[in-house]
Design a protein around this ligand. Structure first.
Ligand code: NAD
Ligand SMILES: O=C(O)C(=O)C[C@@H](O)[C@H](O)[C@H](O)COP(=O)(O)O
Ligand code: ZN
Length: 369
């Protein structure tokens, strides 16, 4: 059950995508309120897709909120990044088909980014596409993965290698559910928050820096502001470039390095946000070698990341050549060349293929073997 927060602000944002536009609502106690779903679910049948950790905490409240007006069933998946696979996706198709769900059904994704990505991809592909609603329950999912319509699953050889762009019909970011989130998962979400500051919103980064203690204490008003400003950044980028033909790639800062780390560590040893945090430090190092950032700026970035309880380097010795070959499979490879997202300054990122030997020098520094 999500607890409504007394006297806390509610923030409403909109992702402007023509006929696929949708609202992001940010408040406490949202997912248990029947009204919150008005206009987001077209027809009767709803399948809530969640996992074994989140279900006992929040599925009953969501089920109750929807049951007065809809015919609701719940599918509970195993928990973990290692289950973000085609095999798990198949279990969603099984449930939909065995129970005769049609194209008018809606999937409600209740969970973190793993559930959002996999349930979203089920919605994108089932009978060539059905509606879905995002109920993100981690900080990372509330600030990033529930918005923008990137859905998909991992492959042994690369992160999110199989997927589709498919926008939800609504995002309900209920800050009340963050109370039960473990500290390590909360910190992982902060990596994507800091990312917005580093790529395009220097004032936000300075605000984060000044408010980190209140953020780490999860003060509700401060959290709503963290989520609101993060989603506002993401919504703006997605509205301008839904399918990543250009500026959306900036949202990938640190991810080329980070996704390689996640794959090399077997999708489980490190959380996505942890890999992105270390990846952003590596991207800063590459930018420093190009003369774009100086030593002091790199230290500043590392200090904020550390203060958010995130790693600034790989967890142990990893093989440089293996990381480099995983990076070569990144989705930003164009005409056979890997493009990187690098900071020209703090708060200003670019996509570039002009990094010369700087990438290899960075990889040698972080991956000694
Ligand atoms: N689609 C996108 O744009 C996008 C953006 C960023 C990340 N991602 C993806 O998101 C995934 C990471 O998401 P994540 O960090 O949310 O991880 P996650 O989905 O694995 O959730 C983290 C853990 O927290 C648990 N949990 C979730 N909500 C909880 C709650 N309220 N209380 C207690 N426990 C809770 C989960 O069961 C899980 O064990 C990665 O697969 C990443 O690739 C996608
Ligand atoms: O929404 C985006 O665009 C992002 O890049 C957000 C990232 O935080 C996220 O991890 C995304 O899933 C990465 O996308 P990918 O295309 O590199 O798999
Ligand atoms: Zn990410």
């Amino acid at each position: 059950m999500s607890v409504a927060l007394e006297n806390t602000t509610r923030a409403d944002l909109r992702v402007e995508l023509g006929e696929r536009s949708y609202d992001i609502v940010i408040a406490g106690g949202l997912i248990d309120q029947p009204d919150a779903y008005n206009g987001a679910i077209r027809d009767k049948r709803v399948l809530i897709v969640t996992n074994e950790t989140v279900a006992p905490l929040y599925a009953a409240g969501v089920n109750k909120a929807l049951s007065a007006t809809h015919d609701v069933d719940t599918l509970t998946l195993p928990d973990g990044e290692q289950y973000k696979t085609l095999a798990t996706l198949d279990t969603i198709y099984d449930r939909l088909l065995e129970n005769g769900y049609g194209r008018d059904a809606t999937i409600v994704a209740l969970g973190g980014g793993v559930i959002g990505d996999i349930a979203g991809f089920a919605a994108a592909s089932y009978q060539r596409g059905i509606d879905f609603v995002q109920l993100p329950t981690t900080l990372l999912a509330q600030v990033d993965s529930s918005v923008g319509g990137k859905t998909g699953v991992n492959h042994r050889l690369g992160k999110n290698m199989i997927g589709a762009f498919h926008q939800p019909t609504r995002v309900l970011a209920d800050v009340g559910v963050l109370d039960s989130l473990p500290a390590r998962e909360f910190a992982a979400g902060m990596a994507e928050v800091i990312k917005y500051g580093l790529i395009r919103d220097r004032p936000f980064l300075d605000w984060l820096d000044a408010n980190l203690a209140a953020i780490n204490n999860r003060e509700p008003e401060v959290l709503i502001e963290v989520i609101r400003r993060s989603c506002a950044n993401k919504a703006e980028v997605v509205a301008a470039d839904e399918r990543e033909a250009g500026q959306r790639a900036l949202l990938n800062l640190g991810h080329t390095y980070g996704h390689a780390l996640e794959a090399e560590l077997g999708y489980g040893e490190w959380l996505h946000g942890e890999a992105v945090a270390a990846g952003m430090c590596m991207a800063a190092d590459t930018a420093r070698r190009l003369g774009w950032l100086d030593e002091r700026q790199c230290e500043h970035i590392e200090r904020i990341i550390s203060a958010a309880h995130l790693p600034v380097a790989p967890p142990r010795e990893l093989e440089c050549a293996r990381i480099r070959s995983l990076m070569a499979r990144d989705k930003k490879v164009a005409a056979g060349t890997l493009r990187l997202v690098l900071m020209r300054d703090i708060g200003e990122a670019v996509v570039t293929r002009d990094y010369g030997d700087a990438l290899d020098a960075t990889l040698k520094r972080y991956f000694a073997k």
